[in-house]
Design a protein around this ligand. Structure first.
Ligand SMILES: [Zn+2]
Length: 534
């Protein structure tokens, strides 16, 4: 009796209180952005309007919204778009050193996706817990990397997995998905991905697919055998029963330029028969990876560093490696000329950052021929790890891939320590470069299409239903930029330069960048994938 009376009283109090508090809540606007040109991320034409944000959510979008609001920003006719989602990022170490990720946020990137190229930290759950505690600015998500999984079970060996090893790998992928990964990444170009037969990848892809994840691949070969690699990437999607993505699609080496006509046709044909294939790309004609991965054959690295060094000491093995290195400089990543290889960072000699392989060769008192450059490359690998930039991509292929409707924008970049080493400019410039150079200057794609490729398209790919579009009820990840001035400033010679033209960035409803300054807000969240079990 007493209990039900109390319940009735509580209900009455609620009834009395309800009308006022509900209306006060409906009207409360935390952030109101007025006079914006709304590019909503779907690819639809831009239109004029205002956007109201409450908490972490887009409350209203309308031609005109009047306050009151805690904060009002006049966009002055500039573009407002959904925050950009970068589906290929290397940030697992530096997100803790530079949790603001300024290089990305200043371009309008609000979500970073780690774990690409078959490489991820393991276990996924422990890593994401660390990120969740780190107070970061952008949102953060991850793939589980096939190479890391294989390495943890078998090491860097060139052989097939036993049934027991395969079952162990399946378990790790399943756990990665339960921990919140968005799918399986492969890097079949790298060791140990390079030693993995396609059917083994398919078995792991099936696990990710059953849990609604996707497959994203740094392909086995982006040069001479690029067509075979596209075929394999499609096959993994088709047999694995999951969406599949060619990441940082490019055609490497002058002998192969033009092959994007065929790769895109293969993608279209696969899509026509129902395979869900997509692409991502960065807007530069140079790639970046380690000297060892780019200029030595994969077999040279089988079994780990000690075994590689032993091979380089063996005359016969060294000569076979050297022959292959010469070919790779002439025909593939080396771009035909040691001058097209630019060192970005060497752990054993920081002074080499920014130098060309030709210059390093000359400094060793050798003529900068391809043969001598190959010797220099082997010598460098013996000293330790070196990252480099490889100028070996052609502008026509880049533009052709960019125009494809299935292509999204991703940087393949990292979070640099400002001023340190000589990284690829893509980390500072990818998104601004597409908007400045490829939309405004060269008119390769429209503004609406570019924004779709940076927001709506990757969100849909990842199954992020609450981000990637400007729509009432979705999370308020927003970027305001001037389409007439937005541009990248980072160059291969001077990479440490932030992009220009972005005036406001909002993440989960909080302003993180305004008036050319990062604010103190740290609203970034870990985003969990479709198989996540709480
Ligand atoms: Zn890659």
């Amino acid at each position: 009796m007493h209990k039900s009376f109390a319940a009735a009283l509580a209900a009455a109090v609620l009834l009395l209180a309800a009308p006022e508090s509900a209306s006060a809540q409906t009207d409360a606007i935390d952030l109101l952005i007025k006079n914006a040109r709304i590019v909503d991320g779907t690819g639809a034409p831009a239109y004029q309007g205002d956007i109201a944000v409450r908490g972490d959510t887009i409350l209203r979008i309308a031609p005109r919204i009047d306050g009151p609001a805690t904060k009002v920003v006049d966009a002055g006719g500039k573009v407002i778009a959904p925050g950009f989602i970068d589906i290929h990022v290397h940030a697992r170490d530096n997100i803790f050193k530079v949790p603001t990720a300024d290089n990305y946020v200043r371009q309008g990137v609000t979500t970073l996706i780690e774990g690409p190229d078959g490489s991820s930290p393991l276990p996924i759950g422990a890593f994401l817990d660390r990120v969740a505690k780190a107070a970061i600015v952008p949102n953060f998500a991850i793939f589980v990397g096939q190479g890391s999984v294989r390495d943890s079970v078998m090491g860097a060996v060139d052989r097939r997995a036993t049934p027991e090893e395969l079952e162990q790998m399946r378990k790790i992928v399943r756990q990665g998905m339960l921990d919140g990964a968005f799918g399986l990444s492969t890097g079949l170009f790298y060791v140990p991905g390079a030693f993995t037969p396609t059917d083994e990848v398919v078995e792991l892809a099936k696990v990710a697919g059953q849990m609604h994840g996707i497959h994203i691949s740094h392909m086995r070969d982006e040069a001479t055998h690029v067509l075979d690699s596209v075929r394999e990437t499609i096959e993994i999607g088709e047999k694995g029963g999951l969406p599949t993505q060619i990441t940082h699609h490019k055609i490497i080496g002058a002998l192969n330029w033009g092959k994007s006509v065929d790769t895109l046709r293969m993608v279209d044909e696969a899509r026509a028969r129902g395979v869900d294939v997509t692409i991502d790309q960065y807007p530069y004609t140079a790639s970046s990876t380690s000297i060892q991965a780019a200029l030595l054959p994969a077999w040279a690295s089988e079994g780990g560093r000690a075994r590689m060094l032993a091979r380089l000491k063996d005359d016969a093995a060294r000569s076979r490696i050297r022959t292959e290195t010469i070919r790779l400089i002439k025909e593939e990543r080396g771009g035909g000329d040691p001058n097209n290889v630019q060192i970005s960072a060497c752990e054993w000699d920081p002074s080499l950052a920014g130098k060309r392989l030709s210059e390093v060769t000359i400094a060793r008192r050798l003529e900068p021929t391809v043969e001598n450059a190959a010797d220099t490359a082997l010598w460098m690998v013996e000293q330790g790890e070196c990252l480099a930039i490889f100028h070996a991509i052609n502008e026509q292929d880049l533009q052709r891939i960019l125009k494809h409707p299935g292509t999204m924008i991703a940087s393949d970049g990292s979070i640099p320590i400002y001023g340190q080493a000589s990284p690829h400019p893509r980390s500072y410039g990818t998104f601004a470069r597409v908007l400045g150079r490829y939309v405004r200057e060269l008119k390769v794609i429209t503004l609406e299409d570019a924004v779709r490729k940076m927001s709506g398209s990757p969100a849909k790919r990842l199954g992020l239903a609450d981000r990637g579009l400007l729509k009432e009820g979705l999370k308020a990840d927003l970027v305001v930029f001037d389409p007439d001035t937005v541009r990248d400033l980072a160059t291969f010679e001077k990479p440490h330069q932030y992009a220009e033209g972005v005036s406001l960035v909002v993440i989960n409803g909080e302003v993180v960048f305004e008036n050319e300054r990062m604010t103190a807000a740290r609203p970034g969240r870990v985003l969990y994938g479709p198989g996540h079990e709480r």
